[in-house]
Write a protein that binds this ligand. Structure first.
Ligand SMILES: [Zn+2]
Ligand SMILES: [Zn+2]
Ligand SMILES: [Zn+2]
Length: 188
């Protein structure tokens, strides 16, 4: 079942998911959690899903909450570090290292103490492949956003995006890599 998803913010965690579901008359409810000091904590942001059109606002108790379109974050595989699937569904031949982009697990990486060997497996930049500011991550995120707002499939949205024009003159390596990254990602 694919829902039209929106988010509302500022929802006290005294509201349980069931309460929100009833109050907002939603078909699906999920509160966003964030890891703080190793512990998953509820945030004040809740995702609402509707089988039909989503409302522009919902009322919980006496308070009115404006809804915004929900944009999914890119899924990233912990094993091969590519986007669009999770580790359990990974079909890559080998793992890739989030530290140095080599074909090995992070545990056996010899570059762990050597910051000059940091290399992102997705864009080639000098940061961890799990860095959210990575142009690869940002590019996939932008495509997901386009896909959500235009109703296009991920593949269609990726085709119409020009990632190499959005950032500061990337190298040819990076440009080619980014293109492959989008082609390989088949998210949602
Ligand atoms: Zn994978
Ligand atoms: Zn490594
Ligand atoms: Zn990167």
């Amino acid at each position: 079942m694919k829902f039209n998803k929106v988010v509302i913010s500022g929802v006290s965690d005294q509201w349980t998911d069931e309460d929100v579901k009833d109050g907002a008359d939603a078909d699906y409810v999920r509160r966003i959690r964030r890891r703080v000091d190793g512990e998953l904590r509820p945030t004040a942001t809740v995702i609402l899903g509707y089988a039909d059109d989503s409302p522009e606002s919902v009322k919980l108790g006496y308070r009115l909450f404006r809804t915004r379109t929900y944009f999914a974050d890119p899924l990233q595989c912990h094993r091969c570090l590519r986007f669009g699937h999770v580790q359990a569904k990974c079909r890559a031949a080998t793992a890739r290292c989030p530290r140095c982009a080599g074909n090995h697990e992070f545990d056996v990486c010899t570059a762990r103490e050597d910051s000059t060997r940091i290399k992102c497996a997705n864009c080639g930049g000098q940061h961890s492949a799990k860095f959210r500011g990575c142009s690869g991550y940002q590019t996939v995120k932008a495509v997901l956003r386009t896909s959500t707002t235009t109703g296009k499939s991920y593949a269609e949205a990726a085709k119409s995006s020009k990632p190499w024009r959005q950032r500061q003159t990337p190298s040819r390596y990076r440009r080619r890599n980014m293109h492959l990254l989008l082609l390989r990602t088949s998210q949602q």
